[in-house]
Design a binder for this molecule. Structure first.
Ligand code: SF4
Length: 342
């Protein structure tokens, strides 16, 4: 029997109206570890470690996400995804800056071509939230932020390869880009006859649900391409009523919603949490898709769950939930032509 994890509501939570539009929420995300600890009433002993981690990969937490974190609880699974720690400074064997060797698959700035039939565009160099375990925490975004004119050359690469059927917007978070820019890009993709699908990898509808507004739905529904949104949610408590409403709007616009999670020590590394996550995803109209083991990126070793333990967890999960709610346990192996099932 799965008990649904209650949704934490911060007593001082602002209404969407008070928070302003998504652009303002993006601008006003918390970027200071002192402010993060103060707002969440965390023990000041956490500050030196938070400052160390922040120096390696800056803090960024939108207020709409902060409001789902339990104040005063250093073990809160949402907090652990965003709070920098001094453990991030540890050099651990096997953990490297570019764990997926993406720099070897970047034929043009802003474009990653790893898998047959699909190509990934870095549609935005920034994120709304900085997740401490991110495999791109050392990605050279400054070298991969083409101007609209430079995009044309990137699109020529796409136009010249008729085997590509799907374009994936990634980042950073592609939805951190203005709608004007995204709409212009999608219009150009629309004109490439061999493209069938647009996939968007994003965490923005989760961390700032107000991002799903009329402007976004305008270009999403105007394209002839089938649209798939792959969200990134690691814990059931990330899905509050605002996220459910945002997902309902997306589904109403004909967008297929999938989720990929990362298996993270201290966040979702138990059957109860994973089962609650799958159930909550489905309530929000999202199908669990992948459960990734951690990519071995420098600074994130403390989140690692060994493969054997991951397999056991998923086996136990299989006994608990309906088959269609079970995500596929995978690892991304540099040089492989698809994700590797574990
Ligand atoms: S939103 Fe995605 S790309 Fe951005 S920091 Fe988090 S995991 Fe990385």
């Amino acid at each position: 029997m799965i008990t649904r994890t209650p949704i934490a509501v911060h007593r001082e939570a602002a209404t969407p109206f008070e928070r302003g539009g998504w652009q303002r929420q993006l601008r006003e995300a918390i970027r200071d570890p002192v402010e993060l600890c103060r707002r969440l009433r965390l023990d000041p002993s956490l500050l030196p470690g938070a400052r160390t981690g922040h120096g390696l990969f800056p803090v960024r937490v939108p207020v709409a996400y902060l409001e789902r974190i339990r104040p005063g609880d250093p073990a809160d699974p949402l907090l652990r995804q965003v709070l920098p720690l001094d453990a991030e400074a540890n050099a651990v064997r096997g953990f490297v800056d570019d764990p997926l060797a993406e720099r070897e698959h970047t034929p043009r700035p802003g474009l990653i071509h790893k898998y047959p039939g699909r190509m990934l565009l870095i549609a935005s160099p920034t994120c709304a939230i900085n997740c401490r375990y991110c495999f791109r925490r050392h990605f050279p975004y400054a070298d991969n932020a083409p101007s609209m004119r430079e995009w044309e050359k990137t699109l020529d690469y796409l136009r010249s390869d008729g085997s590509i059927q799907e374009v994936i917007f990634s980042g950073g978070d592609p939805l951190a880009s203005p709608d004007r820019r995204l709409a212009a890009l999608v219009e150009r993709l629309d004109a490439i006859a061999h493209l069938k699908r647009l996939r968007i990898h994003t965490r923005l509808p989760v961390v700032i649900p107000d991002r799903i507004d009329d402007d976004l739905l305008g270009w999403l529904t105007a394209t002839r391409l089938q649209t798939v949104m792959v969200l990134h949610i690691n814990h059931a408590r990330e899905i509050d009523e605002a996220v459910i409403a945002a997902c309902a709007r997306l589904k109403g616009a004909g967008v297929t919603l999938l989720n990929q999670s990362v298996l993270l020590r201290g966040i979702n590394d138990d059957v109860e949490s994973l089962a609650a996550l799958s159930e909550r995803l489905f309530e929000a109209g999202i199908l669990p898709y992948y459960l990734h083991v951690l990519d071995p990126v420098t600074g994130a070793a403390h989140f690692d769950v060994p493969d054997d333990e991951a397999r056991e967890l998923v086996e136990a999960l299989r006994q608990r939930i309906a088959g269609f709610l079970l995500p596929r346990l995978v690892r991304e192996v540099p040089g492989e032509r698809s994700k590797t099932p574990l």
